[in-house]
Design a protein around this ligand. Structure first.
Ligand code: ADP
Length: 211
């Protein structure tokens, strides 16, 4: 878990980044403090992995610690700030229309909703391919017949973390999660307010590394 550093600990990090390897005494001099005063801060920074200490050489900055810290911060971000617009179809829509929609919207997964706009199913590319094999009446076949339906849909709530969303994608071997707001949990009634896909997670990761 990331720790919140004090102002002085951040100052120490800056000094070591710039002037490392540097001894504790030299750091203390730069801050006009005694070594003893700095000792707890140096211990914390070393334990947290931000600094490395080598006997008789001094303190080094560990650049990996910043990546780890940012990765931990990223994982804590809430889904709501990263979600994309959901692409939905009526569950009565035909498989033919769903295939057209998937091309038009350039997405991999569609969400099916009922007449009240509540989440009813998920339709992936393979669901559509499977339906298309050997079936030449795709305009007559409703997506409700081929979709994965409630209560088997894995969803993510808008206030869950990106890490939770990423885990759900991986553990369930799926590409996308509908972001939902609960209408009535007992009755599996959810409003779809977004989507989180493997692309969302990858994009967030790239943004993190490009900072
Ligand atoms: P593809 O089938 O194109 O590889 P996925 O791996 O996402 O795409 O889908 C695999 C199967 O899992 C499909 O049958 C799909 O309906 C289902 N599925 C996809 N997303 C979800 C989800 N969020 N919850 C439950 N099932 C899902």
């Amino acid at each position: 878990m990331p720790i919140k550093l004090s102002k002085r600990q951040l100052e120490i990090l800056e000094i070591v980044k710039e002037a490392g390897p540097i001894t504790g005494r030299e750091i203390a001099e730069k801050l006009s403090l005694t070594r003893a005063t700095l000792r707890p801060d140096l211990a914390i920074l070393t334990m947290a992995g931000s600094l490395e200490a080598k006997p008789r050489v001094g303190y080094f900055f560990n650049p990996q610690s910043e990546v780890r810290q940012s990765a931990a911060n990223l994982a804590k971000q809430i889904v709501n700030n990263y979600k994309a617009h959901p692409i939905v179809v009526q569950k009565s829509a035909s498989v033919y229309d769903a295939i057209v929609q998937i091309f038009l919207e350039d997405v991999g997964t569609l969400y099916a909703v009922d007449k009240d706009g509540l989440l009813a199913g998920v339709i992936s590319r393979k669901d559509l391919l499977r339906a298309a094999i050997g079936n030449n009446n795709l305009e007559e076949l409703p997506v409700s017949v081929i979709m994965t339906r409630m209560p088997n849909i894995v969803t993510v709530k808008y206030d869950e973390s990106l890490l939770d969303a990423a885990k759900k994608l991986i553990h369930n071997h799926i590409d996308s999660l509908p972001v939902v707001r609960e209408v009535d949990k007992e009755k599996d009634m959810y409003e779809v307010i977004g989507r989180i896909t493997k692309t969302t997670i990858t994009r967030a990761y790239v943004e993190l590394l490009e900072i």
